[in-house]
Design a protein around this ligand. Structure first.
Ligand SMILES: [Zn+2]
Length: 463
């Protein structure tokens, strides 16, 4: 399985010279079914400033374009490829994409179109995913590092970053969202009549997945073992690694935009921001430490007291109502609990979804991990008493991440950063302590087995 890892570092050194402000790494995730197969983007950085080159008129024109919000029909651009010969089916699928895009664009105000690389194909033939349980998957095609107001750099999905109209403008990749959907699944399309017992409403699936691509995605995951062992944010410092004996520089575990608002409610009386845990975990070694090998880094981590924190967190990730997203400007009663019911922890389903017990029969059903066979989106909406597929809590999550809405036209915005690492100034310097070693039986082997890291953001939408 080792050979299946083909992280490419070719372009690391060619980060362009005008990337003075954004010099942290951007990540490309070409395959949403395997989002861990991300690679450092070749074009991270800033677009050259155009001032002085454009005529005044052109400048005005582009400014005018930027501040206009887009009509719902214009807000999403789907680059649709259909991998099956049935043209009627292809047309139905493409129309479902458009409809899902409009549902989202009726709620959030977009000023820059969101581009989706949408593929509808036979997963077994195209991706060798033949067990038939994966209906679809989507993820941000690219994430870029931005500086949050708590002085932490986090990875933002390009779809969201584009709405901030940052100046100067970061370099964008061609797509904001990568989406694959399985043409072999038993799908229901609008106009098909009555949905059958085992069918899934395709528009519903797309909508669920696009929301992940917009940023409903945590970096907190079980990265180091097939068994639930340690919950950490993304160990991006391991991405270019192909061999455990390779030397590695520890640059810190990295959060996504979503993680800024995640809280841990293990201690009901004193909820704690997950970022506090990130800082703690990141202090197991000094940021920038060179380790002689990946295994040495993992051993040091496994022997550290900070590892005990991540071990507790993976238990929290399997304990109902211990993790939540806290939207801005709401009371703690309005926390959006995340999926921590699954035991064992399930990569791809745990955390990056809403708590199924709280939301399965609630107007905010859309982001539960399990799809509902035999029910159309309209039927689910009616059954849950919802008014719109994007429920009020999901809307507040999107607003909190930074999407504008009619009711919240000036959302929070992060800024460009010249800080490539999320190293809070007061970060305690971790010692590579051997004296703490608790002969932990856990040996970490950052697993190169791709099966151990199935689909961080995909809806495995199992039956
Ligand atoms: Zn999902």
């Amino acid at each position: 399985m080792k050979t299946s890892v083909s992280f490419i570092l070719l372009f690391l050194l060619s980060i362009s010279i005008d990337s003075i402000i954004v010099d942290a790494e951007c990540w490309e995730r070409p395959n949403p079914l395997k989002p861990f197969e991300k690679k450092i983007s070749s074009v991270c950085g800033l677009q050259k400033k155009t001032k002085g080159k454009l005529t005044a008129d052109v400048g005005k024109e582009s400014q005018k374009d930027e501040i206009n919000s887009l009509a719902a029909k214009e807000a999403f651009k789907f680059d649709f490829s259909c991998g099956v010969p049935d043209k009627v089916l292809c047309t139905k699928a493409e129309n479902a994409f458009k409809a899902a895009g409009e549902i989202i664009a009726n709620v959030i105000i977009l000023v820059t179109p969101i581009t989706v690389n949408a593929t509808f194909t036979d997963f077994c033939k195209a991706l060798n995913e033949c067990d038939g349980t994966i209906l679809g998957a989507a993820s941000a095609a690219r994430t870029i590092p931005l500086l949050d107001d708590d002085k932490v750099v986090r990875q933002y999905p390009q779809a969201l970053a584009k709405q901030f109209l940052l100046d100067p403008t970061p370099k964008w990749g061609p797509f904001d969202i990568q989406a694959f959907f399985n043409a072999q699944a038993d799908l229901f399309f609008k106009g098909d009549g009555v949905i059958k017992k085992n069918q899934f409403d395709f528009e519903y699936i797309i909508l669920h997945e696009l929301i992940h691509g917009l940023g409903f995605a945590s970096a907190w995951n079980n990265y180091f073992s097939e068994q639930p062992v340690a919950l950490t944010p993304d160990p991006n410092f391991l991405e270019s690694i192909t061999d455990l004996n390779q030397p590695v520089k520890f640059t810190g575990f990295e959060e996504t935009a979503f993680d800024k608002y995640m809280i841990n409610t293990r201690d009901k009386g004193a909820p704690k921001r997950m970022t506090e845990f990130t800082n703690e975990i990141n202090s197991f070694a000094e940021i920038g430490t060179d380790f002689p090998s990946v295994q040495a880094l993992l051993n040091t981590f496994a022997d550290s007291k900070q590892f005990q924190t991540s071990s507790q967190l993976i238990l929290d990730g399997q304990t109902p109502k211990t993790m939540a997203f806290q939207p801005r400007n709401v009371s703690s009663n309005d926390m959006v609990f995340l999926e921590t019911n699954l035991k064992p922890f399930r990569v791809g389903s745990s955390i990056s979804h809403v708590d199924i017990k709280s939301f399965n029969n609630d107007p905010d059903f859309l982001e539960v991990f399990n799809a509902k066979p035999g029910q159309t989106l309209e039927q689910v909406l009616k059954a849950t008493g919802g008014k719109y597929p994007i429920g009020p809590k999901l809307k507040s999550v999107l607003e909190t991440l930074g999407y504008a809405t009619k009711e919240n036209p000036n959302p929070y915005r992060p800024t460009l950063s010249n800080d490539s690492m999320s190293t809070p100034s007061n970060l305690p310097i971790g010692k590579a302590t051997n004296d703490q070693s608790t002969s932990s039986a856990t040996s970490l082997t950052f697993s190169f087995n791709i099966l151990s890291l199935l689909v961080i953001l995909a809806a495995t939408l199992s039956f």
